[in-house]
Structure formats: C-alpha cells, structure tokens
Design a protein around this ligand. Sequence first.
Ligand SMILES: Nc1nc2c(ncn2[C@@H]2O[C@H](COP(=O)(O)OP(=O)(O)OP(=O)(O)O)[C@@H](O)[C@H]2O)c(=O)[nH]1
Ligand SMILES: [Mg+2]
Ligand SMILES: [Zn+2]
Length: 343
Amino acid sequence: MKYYKEKEYSKRTPIRQSKAFKGKLVGSKGNIPDDAVECLALSVIGNNVLASINGEFPARYVDCSVSGKVISPNGDSTLVAVGDNVKVIIENFTDSKLKGRILSVEQRYSKLSRKVAGKGKGEHVIASNFDNLIILVSTYQPTYSKRFIDRLIIASEIGGVKPCIVVNKIDLVEDMEFFKDDLQIYRQMDIPLFFVSANDNVGLETLMEFLTDKISLFFGPSGVGKSTIVNQLLGESIQQIREISERTNKGQHTTSFVKMLSLPFGGKIIDSPGVREFAMWDVDKLNLAMHYHDFDEYYLQCKYLPCSHIHEPDCAVIQALEGGLISPERYESYMNIYNTLES
Ligand SMILES: Nc1nc2c(ncn2[C@@H]2O[C@H](COP(=O)(O)OP(=O)(O)OP(=O)(O)O)[C@@H](O)[C@H]2O)c(=O)[nH]1
Ligand SMILES: [Mg+2]
Ligand SMILES: [Zn+2]
C-alpha cells in the first residue's frame, strides 16, 4: 500500500538542512502535515536514521535526516533511538531509495536507558519499544560479571522490558555445573536463563522459540557473540539493513551501532555494540533498594528512614539477611552497586 502520491512529492520544495540534532530544535508541539508517513527507526548513525515504512510488506526503507525542528514528547532524552516510531516527510525518492526528514518522534512505551557518559544525569536511550532485553554474556572470553547482569536487570525494570539472560560459548566449558549453580539466583528471580553455543549451534532453537513474535534487544559486553547469534537466527534471510548500514564498516567485526533486523520466523531482533560498563540511569543511593524486590517486605520497617541498609542500627533488611530471609548474594549485589553510585 502506498501512503502518498508521487506527484505531490516532486512538487515539494526541498527543506533547508541543518546540522543540529538536539536541544533547541526539539519542541513538544507542532503541526504534522497529513502526508507524513509513519515509520520505524531501524538504525541511527549520527544524524542519519534508516527507517522502514510501517505496514508495508515487503518493507521499504527511507534514509532519513534529523534536521530542522523535531516534535518529541521525550524531553531531554535521546532524540531518535532505534525502535522509535517516527513521522517522516518524504522529500525525494526513486523506486528503490526514499529520502526523508524526521518530523516527529512518538512517546516510547519501553526502552533501555543508560546514563550518558560524564558527570551529567542525562538519559541515553539505547533502543525503545521492545519486549525482551537479552542480557548476553559468555562463559569465557570474556567471562561474565554478575554485577553487570544485575545492573541490566534493574535497567530493564526502569525501562519496562522483560530481562532474560543468555550465556553463550558453552562449548568452551567441560562441566556446566559451576555456571548453572552460579546463575541459579536468576532462576529464583524468575528470569529466563538460556545456555547456548553459537559455534556449535546448541540451544539456539529454544532461544528462537522464546524470541518468536517479540522484539528483543541483544545487549552485553564486546565479544560475547551477540552478532554471531543474531546472524544465526537471521539465517538465510536477506539482511538488507546490514548491507545498507554497514557499508562504511567493512572488514570490522565489532558492531558499531544499534540496528533492528526482522527475524524470518516472526519478530524482530536488535543487535548492539558491546559495552564495557553500564551506568544506570535514574538510579541513586536512595532508590536502589526499591529495585531489590527480595527486600520489599522489610525495608519500610527499618528504624531510620531513609536507611542505606548498610550501617544503620535496627535495619530490617540486615536483620532479614541475618535471619536467612534475604539471600547473602542478593545483599552483596546491592552493596556492590550501592558503593558505585555517586549520590
Ligand atoms: N567458542 C565460541 N566462540 C564464539 C561463539 N559465539 C561467538 N564466538 C566468537 O566470539 C567472537 C566475538 O563474536 P561477535 O559475535 O562478534 O561478538 P559481539 O558480542 O557481537 O561483539 P561486539 O560487536 O564487539 O559487541 C567471534 O570471534 C566469534 O566467532 C561460541 O558459541 N563459542
Ligand atoms: Mg557485534
Ligand atoms: Zn535498612
């Protein structure tokens, strides 16, 4: 189905391009012309957004610029993130290639956000409007850190997405018992846990079932195998977006930007660049405990409120820990993260 007539667009005068991306050019109100097209942002590289037109099959892609004024209800947050629903005015097109400009961004229903690097408290949205956060780690090369996993579980709660842990490279391990025991705590928290080997094609079918008809973001440290798994799941399907967006990235294996791809068995998958650390957005020393639901029953009974649950006398959380009602591992996780927070 076409959303516009060719003639209307050839008459349109080109709109002046501006290099600015953020700040004063963002408004919360404004008129959107009727001929704007609803699209989904598939990759964002600087001011360039590759989007697909909603409701079209086979998909048609639009190379969009972000310039001029953009209407967004998302405040100071990332202006356009992968997964955003955007309204685009098509400015120039041939059958195979559309070019457009983003006029507005819709409110996000879910997201994964991190704190922007540096001292500010700003929000960097890695991707939006997805269902599952796949926290991808590996047994070795690199080994995983549970504190990293814990941070992402908290971030998934803040962003309104479902966390799931995938441990890759099990082919490098002879005895899986250690890993199963070590990660048992997450099973107790009802977080789906998968052990896979992308190299040996083990466990991917079960993972596939889990991902079917959902939108899932693969996120984790560099080198854990995110792209390898994403590619295996995509199978023989045409990876047009990869071709378009990786033109400038030949010969490099490491992923350099976030991109959304369609799964051949239904659903979508978002590949993302590896991260070294993850600074949580919207979490501080005062509200961290609220994300530890095993503390829920206790933390309002502490004698001193607010209570850090670390050194105060008559702390109900510490009493619950001593009474065996809170797992020492969860408490240690809390303390570790608490000590890394600045305020
Ligand atoms: N042994 C083993 N190696 C794997 C497996 N999966 C991926 N690898 C290897 O791990 C390396 C990194 O894989 P990538 O898929 O590029 O990792 P990534 O997580 O996408 O990395 P970034 O894009 O840098 O974040 C490659 O050399 C892969 O061949 C696996 O199941 N077992
Ligand atoms: Mg990658
Ligand atoms: Zn306390």
